[in-house]
Design a protein around this ligand. Sequence first.
Ligand code: NDP
Length: 294
Amino acid sequence: MADKVAVVTGSNKGIGYATVRELYKRGVKYVYLTARDVQRGQKAIENLKQEGWNPLFHQLDVTDKDSVKIFAEHLKQKHGGIDILINNAAISSSNFTETSYEDSVRVIDANYFSILTIQEYIFPILNDSARVINISSDCGHISNLRNKYWISRLTKEDTKQGDVNAFVNWFLDSVKNGTLDQEDFQEMPLLAYRISKIALCALTRVQQKEVGRNISVNSLHPGFVKTDMTKTTGFITIEEASKAPVYLALDVDQSVKGKYFWYDKTEREWADPNQKLHCTYEVIDKCLRELNQA
Ligand code: NDP
């Protein structure tokens, strides 16, 4: 444990920030707080320093190939490799209830295609038995989808990255061409965000099959958390939400691979559409209304 190296993407605030702190509390020696904006990152570092922690910082914009490449080179040079990678950085749909093409491209770039860039540059420097945690969502459970063709193509045993890419491109083309069919989805609000997180969960399973070297790759729904992403609504704090990613990073058995976890640290069956674990927008909407009235 003492000399482990951990990286948390998008950790200048929210769940990522609390996860950096929790990793330090649990005794990980080198934890990288990363941020796309250096000033926001430095401010977060200062806050943690005031609490007595001494986090490492590096700029990282997950949508910028050069930024990911430079960071990977830095990690390799300084540490040789890393032990824990928490892919936390993400954005939500700008408008929760309307889906535009430009916004969908933005969301899917940030939440899905960025993970392919990280896979390209950071996976090669994962140490043997490293752990990767892809922060997904209940929006990423397969039950958010109704389209039987895509459910089957994403959940089969031999799903490949090409299948997942085809899925997000099918969605983007449908939005662009105005052929989006409501019947294909459980709910329409936050649709691009849902697609990006379903793709991330499907990719987690593909990554697990291909990564080797006893590395584990799991995905996680961190709960409905009070952060900027949820406009400060939610049922749990960032401190509470940081426990499950750290559990997957440090505590769960190394044999747990390619699974989907819930914020209470229980494993859920991602590939079963009958589980009905999809995100219910009514709940978010109710919280937003209450907040606006307060
Ligand atoms: P926040 O919006 O509070 O934080 C998101 C973080 O990601 C910020 O640090 C943000 O940086 C960073 N980020 C966004 N885009 C990029 C990028 N291109 N490169 C690097 N960093 C980036 O969100 P949360 O803490 O709520 O969310 C954390 C994770 O949890 C996400 O993956 C989210 O999808 C997931 N999640 C959250 C839920 C919730 O209820 N909050 C529910 C389910 C899942 P900046 O400050 O520069 O914008």
